[in-house]
Design a protein around this ligand. Structure first.
Ligand SMILES: CC(C)(COP(=O)(O)OP(=O)(O)OC[C@H]1O[C@@H](n2cnc3c(N)ncnc32)[C@H](O)[C@@H]1OP(=O)(O)O)[C@@H](O)C(=O)NCCC(=O)NCCS
Length: 140
């Protein structure tokens, strides 16, 4: 992912409820996190952001454009950063996900992430409410 990709990435992000702002994506690039886009036929159809710190890494965001869901692209991006983390001697890979996000939870479970914690009222939800998060971890 490069600065020139951010407008396309932001459009994908804005398909979600409560999307990241442009500044958060810019911060990830500035911090030199592992920021990757998935390009299919010259179109950016997804992205993933991984922050590595010593032996631990966190997947900060991942999304596939809605019209390309369920075609294996999310799994492809996840497998890419899992390989990157292994190359960087990471021992544990973490992520957080909304309890209602069953598509993402099933994807992570398929790749052998396990639930290791809960974050009560962690995410903003509709009408000022809050939603719980699940912390998941993959051990290498
Ligand atoms: C989560 C997300 C990235 C998955 O991407 P995707 O490309 O549609 O997923 P894939 O086609 O690679 O699916 C891989 C596996 O994940 C699981 N999965 C994906 N979508 C699913 C769904 N809607 N229901 C149930 N399982 C699902 C399945 O196990 C699937 O394997 P299978 O097709 O062999 O059954 C995508 O739904 C997305 O962009 N969602 C919006 C953003 C988001 O929620 N990001 C996660 C934030 S924590």
């Amino acid at each position: 992912m490069q600065a020139a990709d951010l407008s396309a990435v932001l459009l994908i992000e804005q398909e979600q409820n409560f999307p990241w702002a442009l500044g958060m994506l810019q911060d990830c690039l500035a911090a030199h996190y592992e920021c990757w886009v998935l390009v299919v036929k010259q179109e950016i159809i997804g992205f993933i952001i991984l922050a590595c710190a010593m032996q631990q890494a966190d997947i900060l965001n991942v999304a596939i454009k809605a019209k390309y869901h369920r075609q294996g692209y999310g799994q492809l991006l996840l497998q890419h950063v899992i390989e990157l983390a292994q190359q960087q001697q990471v021992k544990q890979l973490f992520l957080e996900v909304r309890v209602s996000n069953l598509a993402a939870i099933r994807l992570y479970e398929k790749l052998h992430f396990i639930q290791v914690g809960n974050r009560a009222r962690y995410y903003p939800a509709e009408q000022g409410a809050k939603e719980d998060g699940i912390v998941m971890r993959l051990d290498f």
